[in-house]
Design a protein around this ligand. Structure first.
Ligand code: DAH
Length: 340
């Protein structure tokens, strides 16, 4: 009996002497491990002569529980002490001024694309994404340019090693995809995206650039609708006072075809360096969808008509911000990009 009392007193004294969690855990192994003193004391119950066994057993178990409770309490306190110490030592001074976060921004080409997209969505157009890797048929033939058609010379093309597969030279092949997907429903979409041309890189031309194609198809779509749409777009994009001029032109996939000019944003038509003394700036090609193209898209040209247009938003951004070199767009020069 006195053995047990001595064990308890020693254990409690050592427990209180433990300075931290590690020491406490060592203490626990010493007393409660498989060969620990408490474990041995409990095992010894069987060896105690029967008259004393009951009271020895009760006392041994009481000690076990008392020590366990004392251990858990000491452990809790040690953890709390450690936490308080780290909170104190690693304290964050919340009154220090924050480090400024450098804000990124959208690329000027993306900003222009988004402005164009929001104007056309206001006008009731949906946005349709089309593939950048195309087949020859969709990029040319279905747009009314059979093999060897001289109009193909208008687009210098990147061909892939797979016969008949190329990088689209314009967003117009998207017209075929939209028509085939929605025929015979009416269509009003724009198709923004990247195009590729195997051209010399100059201040005015790049091998990759954005285009925004537009397509509207229905039962009574006319040139007047095309004109109204273009004027509405130009005024929202460039300002209410803009004037728009239409010239006749040629594209294989439209008949009639037009090119659209806007009075120069710098000189308002008087003639300056930007418009090369012309007073006008070209903003897009357009026209009434050619009957062959309508038919290739699944629409009967006797019942349906449509208009289409295509513009280069980077050219448009160049006009708006007086950017004099199209190569700036992909040159990744922060001095350029941070201006927008
Ligand atoms: N695809 C033409 C180009 O890349 C632009 C164009 C002109 C698109 C007239 C059209 C259009 O939809 O009607 O030069």
């Amino acid at each position: 009996m006195s053995d047990l009392t001595a064990l308890e007193q020693r254990a409690i004294a050592e427990l209180h002497a433990c300075g931290d969690e590690a020491a406490l855990r060592q203490w626990h192994t010493r007393y409660f491990g498989k060969q620990g003193e408490v474990a041995l004391a409990l095992k010894r119950i069987a060896e105690v002569p029967p008259p004393d066994r009951r009271s020895y057993g009760q006392e041994a178990n009481r000690i076990k529980e008392a020590l366990t409770a004392a251990y858990e309490e000491a452990l809790r306190q040690a953890k709390e002490r450690a936490l308080n110490e780290t909170l104190h030592a690693d304290a964050v001074d919340v009154t220090l001024p924050g480090r400024p976060v450098r804000r990124g921004r959208l690329h000027v080409a993306t900003q222009t694309l988004r402005t164009i997209a929001s104007i056309f969505t206001e006008l009731g157009f949906q946005i349709y994404r089309s593939r950048e890797v195309e087949d020859d048929a969709t990029n040319f033939e279905l747009l009314n340019m059979p093999p060897h058609h001289p109009a193909r010379d208008m687009w210098d093309t990147f061909y892939t090693e797979v016969p008949g597969v190329l990088l689209r030279t314009h967003t117009s092949p998207g017209q075929i995809h939209v028509m085939r997907e929605f025929c015979p429903k009416p269509i009003r979409v724009i198709l923004p995206g990247m195009c590729y041309r195997y051209e010399a890189i100059t201040p005015r031309s790049e091998i990759m650039f954005h285009q925004v194609e537009g397509l509207a198809i229905g039962r009574h779509v006319t040139m007047a609708d095309l004109k109204g749409t273009i004027v509405a777009f130009a005024r929202r994009m460039f300002g209410e006072q803009r004037r728009v001029r239409i010239r006749s032109s040629y594209f294989p996939f439209t008949e009639p075809s037009i090119e659209v000019d806007m009075d120069c944003i710098v000189c308002s038509g008087k003639g300056c360096g930007l418009c090369k003394r012309m007073g006008w700036l070209e903003i897009m090609g357009a026209g009434m969808v050619h009957p062959v193209v309508l038919r290739n898209g699944g629409y009967d040209p006797d019942e349906y008509s449509g208009f289409a247009f295509g513009m280069g938003p980077q050219r448009i951004a160049m006009l708006q911000y007086a950017i004099d070199d199209i190569r700036q767009f992909w040159a990744n020069d922060l001095r350029f990009l941070q201006q927008f």
